[in-house]
Ligand binder design. Structure first.
Ligand SMILES: Cc1ncc(COP(=O)(O)O)c(C=O)c1O
Length: 358
């Protein structure tokens, strides 16, 4: 069984079917086709306002290009110290920002607070030798599986306005956050002041489809040129757009995310009921971060389970991982079966009861 990430499974049948349906015949290349136009209009309908949309193939491309349009080469972009943009993209955002720097700040559960951002910005010397802060990037869902509430996004956005920063949201798991909060896409983004969004599709059912959704028109100006220079104006663009058509049809994206989040809740509740297991952070989307006795970690490995160990950097101050414990990350997806979740919990339970019996 594989709980390493939500991209270890293929695309959903509905998305694949949409690709096949869009495959026949000749259509204009480079996104000038009818399917791409329809999908762009669909994004505006979903977000309840006109938005500029740029379809790309990876989350890294979406983040790097979005940040490059928000931050000049002499600027700083603030993010959480464990953010994907600073930790897992091989410097792509900094490469595309042409000299601008990412600055990682701490925060429990991968979340930044308005207070932390504000204190950091206020503490920066105001001199020409100091790179000025120009943007804040937040991950929704965070790298620790937590979801920013609407009030938290609004507070961060307020801080951004006070200090002249653009607000970027890395929504690689946008749908999982959305169904977790039970709000609309508009409420989770521009209504709270988000300027630009990396909208993920791949982790929740697409083959390879992400979108940069721009709410602040100033940030859309040169994005098509930036995308071309990054090799992200896709020649058979209709097949990227087709994925989103399949993804949005019949609220498939909501259904996929609801399933994944439900599997995570089951997994989380099942594991938390095993003696000696506790959660590093609350399970709010499709990722579970249990702190397990080492013998459970060993039992998982012996059973051939695939998953990652995780860093303690974003634990609450009074929380520690003991020397006989391991902090691990378990990710579920639209394709995870309830039976797999049950089996995983059973392995943990059996390992603990075997030890108690010894
Ligand atoms: C928070 C976050 N942002 C962005 C991405 C997208 O990365 P990729 O370039 O692998 O599509 C990921 C994927 O792991 C992620 O977890």
């Amino acid at each position: 069984m594989n709980f390493a990430s939500d991209n270890i499974v293929g695309a959903s049948a509905q998305v694949l079917q949409a690709i096949v349906q869009s495959n026949g015949g000749a259509l204009p290349a480079y996104g000038n086709d009818e399917i791409t136009k329809r999908v762009k209009a669909q994004f505006s309908a979903i977000f309840e306002r006109d938005v500029s949309v740029f379809l790309v193939t990876t989350g890294t491309a979406a983040n790097a290009l979005a940040l490059a349009s928000a931050v000049p080469p002499w600027g700083l972009c603030i993010c959480h110290q464990e953010a994907h943009v600073i930790d897992d993209e091989c410097g792509a955002p900094e490469f595309f920002m042409h000299g601008a720097k990412l600055v990682g700040l701490p925060g429990v559960g991968g979340k930044l607070t308005a207070g932390t951002v504000s204190a950091y910005v206020r503490g920066l010397p105001k001199a020409v030798k100091q790179m000025p802060p120009k943007a804040l990037s937040i991950s929704q869902v965070t790298e620790c599986g937590m979801v920013y509430g609407l009030d938290e996004i609004a507070a961060l956005s307020q801080t951004c306005r006070e200090h002249g920063l653009f607000l970027h949201m890395d929504g690689a798991r946008f749908a999982n956050a959305l169904v977790s909060l039970g709000c609309t896409p508009a409420e989770m983004t521009w209504k709270q002041g988000v300027d630009i969004l990396s909208f993920g599709g791949t982790k929740n059912g697409c083959l390879m489809a992400e979108a940069i959704v721009v709410f602040n028109p100033a940030l859309a100006e040169a994005l098509d040129y930036r995308a071309k220079r990054a090799g992200q104006i896709i020649s058979k663009g209709r097949l990227i757009a087709a994925q989103f058509e399949g993804y949005f049809a019949d609220d498939h994206w909501y259904a996929n995310a609801r399933h994944a989040n439900r599997m995570a809740t089951l997994l989380s509740e099942g594991l938390a009921a095993v003696p000696g297991v506790r959660l590093a952070w609350p399970t709010e989307a499709n990722e579970v971060f249990p702190i397990v006795p080492k013998l459970v970690d060993q039992a998982f490995k012996a059973a051939g389970l695939q998953y990652l160990g995780w860093t303690e950097a974003s634990l609450a101050e009074d929380e520690r991982v003991g020397s006989d414990e391991a902090l691990i990350r378990l990710v579920v997806s639209f394709a995870t079966a309830e039976e797999e979740v049950r089996q995983l919990v059973d392995i943990a339970r059996s390992a603990v009861s075997r030890q108690a019996a010894e």
